[in-house]
Design a protein around this ligand. Structure first.
Ligand code: FES
Length: 95
């Protein structure tokens, strides 16, 4: 979306997920556990996308996860398998 479209709305960035220096449990931790990133360039977008998915659907199927993350985020390192694993783990409450 264009920045002007967010006018008047609250915005949470990836930095806003961590609290008191701790990674967002369980999502950021699940990405770490499952090696859900390689270079990390795409990671903030995938995590924010996953937060939105898990807020709407706390137990998504793999197909739902793949559909949801396919809407505009690209991982040039092609780490999709581990990204999906991380989101599934987070949905199950993390390790
Ligand atoms: Fe490198 Fe996704 S981890 S672009």
């Amino acid at each position: 979306m264009l920045a002007v479209q967010a006018r008047g709305h609250e915005i949470t960035t990836i930095e806003g997920l961590a609290r008191d220096g701790e990674l967002h449990p369980p999502l950021q931790r699940a990405f770490q556990n499952n090696h859900g990133l390689q270079c990390g360039y795409c990671t903030p977008g995938f995590i924010m996308n996953a937060v939105e998915l898990l807020n709407r659907n706390g137990n998504p199927s793999e197909e739902e996860i793949r559909f949801h993350i396919g809407g505009g985020n690209l991982c040039r390192c092609t780490g999709y398998v581990n990204i999906v694993k991380a989101i599934k783990e987070a949905a199950q409450g993390g390790r």
